[in-house]
Design a protein around this ligand. Structure first.
Ligand SMILES: NC(=O)c1ccc[n+]([C@@H]2O[C@H](COP(=O)([O-])OP(=O)(O)OC[C@H]3O[C@@H](n4cnc5c(N)ncnc54)[C@H](OP(=O)(O)O)[C@@H]3O)[C@@H](O)[C@H]2O)c1
Length: 331
């Protein structure tokens, strides 16, 4: 049994637990139950987003656990995200306020810009978060993510957000943001799994004291919304199973330990209680340099979540993947 999950410090002194609970697709009563179960098991870091439409469920589970006296608010770390269609500075505070009301909490630990790409605003209702033109293309906005960031900085000053960060930003976009920000991002939440290790981005972030949160750490294994099944194949790979045997761990645990050992904070989304238990039980071993090198070999440079439907956006962050030139993410 693990005593508690280790934490890492942000540049501003706040600490984030080294493993989080992903909640994309967590919904309804089952969702509330699974979050409460995860808190019982030892999870203290929960990742949600306005876009997931489940902040109310996360909030309910958290408040129930607080009311039981099982955890204290200060022991929990709750992340939510500003959706792309709320990038206009005049929408940022209202969007954040809606998240806070959904969660029914006094503050969030981390508020992320979900993507560097602004979309047309059509209202705050879930059904209006993405609009399309007659050809079925996502309708973009021209808002500069640096202006969005400045509005997010104001939220920190209200005390209702402890740290702010970004998600799906590439190096040049981060560089640009750093050049105008008065509060630097605490984290960049990006896809990171053995099939897509993001080594250059991790190095850049470490140099700038920005932590890296690893989303889709299991590469969305076996899910139909994954564009890469590399990580799924690792879950049955005999070399990884041999490592697991050495440490008394499953292949999934080896994957998560690898992500921690390369310097990220994974936020896997378990499908059941057994996976929830497994994914947090990774703090009693560490991979050797040779074992990390073995895991490195699975990287094929292919994302599980390439966000292709935004590829026409001026600020699409993944053009570097295909060798197309990146304009620096700005205007
Ligand atoms: N910022 C962003 O843009 C962004 C984007 C994507 C995700 N996220 C966040 O990151 C979280 C995680 O990413 P994700 O949901 O995309 O996918 P993920 O965590 O990579 O994959 C989830 C799948 O991994 C498998 N899995 C989990 N634990 C396992 C274990 N111990 N053993 C075997 N299989 C295991 C499950 O598959 P089975 O059902 O087959 O067991 C599950 O459906 C999300 O929930 C969300 O909070 C953020």
């Amino acid at each position: 049994m693990w005593a508690s999950v280790p934490r890492v410090k942000f540049f501003n002194g706040y600490e984030i637990p080294l493993i989080g609970l992903g909640t994309y697709l967590t919904k309804g009563e089952e969702g509330v139950k699974s979050i409460k179960e995860a808190i019982d098991i030892g999870y203290r870091h929960i990742d949600t987003a306005y876009r997931y439409g489940n902040e109310a469920e996360i909030g309910r589970a958290v408040r129930d656990k607080l009311a039981e006296g099982f955890v204290r608010r200060e022991d929990l770390f709750i992340t939510t995200k500003l959706w792309n269609s709320f990038h206009s500075p005049e929408h940022v505070e209202q969007a954040f306020h809606r998240s806070l009301v959904n969660l029914s909490l006094d503050y969030v630990d981390l508020y992320l810009m979900h993507m560097p790409m602004g979309l047309q605003f059509r209202g705050f209702q879930q059904e209006n978060l993405i609009s399309y033109d007659s050809a079925g293309k996502v309708l973009c906005s021209e808002v500069d993510f640096c202006d969005t960031w400045k509005a997010m900085e104001q939220l920190v000053r209200t005390g209702k957000v402890r740290s702010i960060g970004v998600s799906n930003f590439n190096c040049s976009q981060l560089e640009r943001l750093l050049s105008v920000s008065s509060i630097q991002p605490a984290t960049n939440q990006v896809e990171c799994n053995p099939g897509f290790t993001q080594k250059a981005l991790i190095e850049f972030c470490q140099k700038h004291n920005i932590t890296v949160t690893a989303f889709s750490p299991m590469g969305r294994a076996n899910r139909s919304d994954s564009s890469s099944q590399v990580t799924a194949s690792i879950l049955t790979d005999p070399n990884v199973t041999a490592l697991g045997t050495k440490y008394g761990k499953s292949n999934a645990q080896i994957v998560l330990r690898y992500l921690i050992d390369i310097g990220t904070i994974p936020i896997p989304k378990p499908s059941n209680r057994a996976e929830t238990l497994e994914n947090i039980d990774i703090f009693d071993f560490r991979l050797t340099a040779a074992e990390l090198a073995l895991m490195d070999r699975f990287d094929n440079g292919k994302r599980a979540v390439p966000l292709k439907y935004y590829s026409h956006h001026r600020d699409y962050p993944f053009r570097e993947d295909t060798g197309e030139t990146d304009d620096g993410g700005g205007k």
